[in-house]
Design a protein around this ligand. Structure first.
Ligand SMILES: C[S@@+](CC[C@H](N)C(=O)[O-])C[C@H]1O[C@@H](n2cnc3c(N)ncnc32)[C@H](O)[C@@H]1O
Length: 265
């Protein structure tokens, strides 16, 4: 067994360091300890391939059973739509909602190192609350739970199996300020709660994203908000139709996100 009392003296500089951690059966205490170290969430190299592999290893080290959950969803979806693909399985299984069942797992979620970079750029103040709209397994909540001890996170997600798995890991790690909630963001009863930061990564169809942006607009009439947008789709919608969102950070090099602010007075 690896001696994690040596951590943080143990360096996490390359993927092989993470592979070594993954190959050792870490105790829950070791996993908890790792989750509080910045370097655990930093990618060894800033390339897309390494960033994804790093995230894959972090998932495994933390004990996520994402492949299993997603394979179960695909198997269920094939029953409805045997010749389908990640474009059609989600809607077939989830009443028309695009839940991206069958999509590559590392494409479905934002890499941990990018979650970290976003949180660093946001320069969070104590007690600020972050909401992820379409959170999947809640990676952002893992980084908040481990490193931002004075902040809290809520992720809304349609797929119950993802919500349960994310909450299972939050619970194991003792992250009481991070929570995933099973919700359909597009349901008429869904009321967007007030938060300081909203994170949106191309979660649904155009009309879904439009509805969410209108809900954020209502909140921005009352208080300042920041909106982190990942994916070209949502960004294009904002550029074309939501001038009240002011672009503050455009992303550099391979970064796939940008940050907007709004306070409509
Ligand atoms: C592209 S993933 C992004 C996951 C996460 N935000 C991240 O960046 O790692 C979008 C997620 O939104 C969820 N989603 C899509 N439509 C939704 C809806 N109407 N209500 C709640 N979640 C939804 C999908 O199931 C999927 O897990």
């Amino acid at each position: 067994m690896l001696q994690l009392e040596l951590f943080p003296r143990m360096e996490l500089n390359s993927l092989s360091d993470f592979q070594r951690l993954e190959n050792n059966r870490l105790s829950l205490e070791d996993r908890r300890r790792l989750s509080h170290h910045l370097s655990f969430f930093q990618t060894p190299k800033p390339s897309d391939v390494i960033r994804r592999q790093h995230s894959h290893l972090v998932d495994k080290i933390l004990g996520f059973r994402i492949r299993y959950v997603e394979e179960m969803l695909v198997a269920e979806a094939r029953g409805f739509d045997p010749d389908g693909s990640h474009e059609t399985w989600g809607p077939a299984l989830h009443q028309g909602v695009q839940t991206w069942v069958g999509l590559d797992i590392q494409t479905l979620q934002t890499p941990y190192s990018e979650c970290l970079r976003i949180l660093q750029l946001l320069k969070l103040k104590p007690y600020q609350h972050i909401v992820d709209l379409g959170a999947a397994y809640g990676r952002m909540g893992i980084v908040v739970g481990g490193l931002y001890l004075k902040n809290s996170f809520t992720g809304f997600e349609y797929v119950k199996a993802r919500v349960d798995e994310g909450n299972r890991i939050y619970h194991e790690l003792g992250f009481s300020r991070s929570e995933l909630i099973e919700k359909d963001l597009f349901h008429s009863s869904f009321e967007l709660p007030e938060a300081d930061i909203y994170f949106l990564y191309d979660y649904g169809q155009v009309e879904h994203i439009e509805r969410t942006l209108k809900q954020i607009e209502k909140i921005a009439l009352k208080r300042p908000v920041k909106v982190v947008v990942r994916g070209k789709f949502t960004r294009r919608i904002i550029n074309n139709r939501y001038p009240w969102l002011e672009l503050r950070y455009e992303g550099k090099l391979e970064e796939e996100f940008c940050i907007f602010t709004a306070y409509i007075v």
